[in-house]
Design a binder for this molecule. Structure first.
Ligand SMILES: [Fe+2]
Length: 348
């Protein structure tokens, strides 16, 4: 490793002189800028859903979704407090929409994903189409698409929000607009985008439609069926069990340009081989109980819990009770585009 040059009094005086001119000597900071492997303040952490839920119901009594615009509790990485980040590049929060509430329509440069944790029948509208949501559904609101949420049921609805807020902030490219109406006009029948793009078919004259998937709800019923069939085949990956990525059917690429999203089945009693990759990853447990080693730490999890694994920490998953299903998201899609994504299988 590169040695930091000694600090002589002459050098210190020089550094002080150039400091006034907004300059610094690379050789004094080189070791922190270009590290032999990823080094981050991002830490492994887990949030129990029962704790989140209790705090959220308190928030539900404190403020309406309308006043808050979005009633969300941000999951802050313990190593990155005060920055509204769950990883260096990503944001996560849990959103609550109480019965008969509306979270008003807006659009922004940040892309968002929802992964439904609890409740049945609240809806998200995206660009003129409503989709009703069930636990395990994966819903996207791509950059600059109008979106609002509503809950006409009698039960509170909770979902995980994942956004690329820190990434957009880093690039200084944030814009938001509020819709003049609380709820955007509905111009398409429910299921329109699923019929156009989600049946292994595409409109005949479709030309490239940009970077995000035109499907905005990937229902869990279909996802689970795919996992179930593949799980029964016994053809499991040693590191991942059965792991699939959500895709944009037009391009075959990830569903969104800034966040890669995955669903994974760990068969009963499965213990994965060690695995690491450069994309810090947020996991949301859908089914089963198990534990995950993240670096030197074991995180025990059950249904609805949320945990985060930093970049380049060795992961080992263990399914302890029943089959386990994990949803996850990361910035892998960005790193792949930049040619810097890296993975390593095994203990090395
Ligand atoms: Fe939003």
């Amino acid at each position: 490793m590169h040695q930091v040059p000694a600090e002589t009094s002459e050098r210190k005086a020089f550094y002080a002189r150039i400091d006034k001119q907004n300059m610094t000597a690379l050789w004094t900071v080189m070791n922190t800028l270009i590290t032999p492997e990823p080094r981050s303040q991002c830490a492994a952490a887990l949030w129990r859903f029962e704790d989140i839920r209790a705090a959220m119901l308190e928030a539900g009594a404190l403020i309406t979704a309308k006043e808050a615009e979005r009633r969300v509790l941000v999951l802050e990485n313990p190593g990155l407090r005060g920055q509204s980040k769950i990883t260096t590049s990503l944001y996560a929060g849990v959103q609550l929409v109480m019965p008969h509430e509306v979270a008003p329509a807006h659009r922004h440069s940040q892309s968002a994903l929802r992964f439904v944790i609890e409740g049945e029948g609240a809806f998200t509208s995206v660009d003129g189409e409503r989709t009703y949501m069930s636990p395990g559904d994966f819903v996207i609101t791509p950059s600059m698409t109008w979106h609002d949420h509503g809950n006409d049921t009698d039960a509170p609805m909770f979902w995980l929000d994942g956004l690329d807020i820190p990434l957009v902030q880093f690039l200084d490219a944030s814009f938001i607009e509020r819709h003049p109406d609380e709820q955007q006009p509905i111009t398409k029948a429910e299921g329109h985008s699923a019929a156009q793009f989600g049946a292994n078919l595409l409109p005949v004259d479709l030309r490239s439609n940009g970077t995000a998937s035109p499907i905005f709800n990937y229902p869990y019923a279909r996802t689970r069926e795919a996992l179930d069939r593949l799980g029964r085949s016994g053809d499991w990956d040693q590191c991942h069990g059965v792991k699939l990525r959500y895709t944009n059917p037009v391009t075959g690429d990830h569903a969104m340009p800034t966040m890669a999203t995955f669903i994974q089945l760990l068969p009963a009693k499965f213990k994965s081989s060690p695995y690491r990759s450069t994309d810090a990853t947020v996991f949301s447990v859908v089914e089963g109980r198990g534990r995950t080693r993240v670096g030197d730490e074991w995180l025990d999890w059950g249904p609805k819990d949320i945990f985060v694994a930093p970049s380049w920490h060795v992961l080992v998953h263990e399914a302890l009770e029943g089959e386990c299903v994990l949803f996850s998201f990361s910035d892998r899609v960005v790193q792949e585009k930049l040619g810097i994504w890296r993975e390593r299988r095994g203990n090395a």
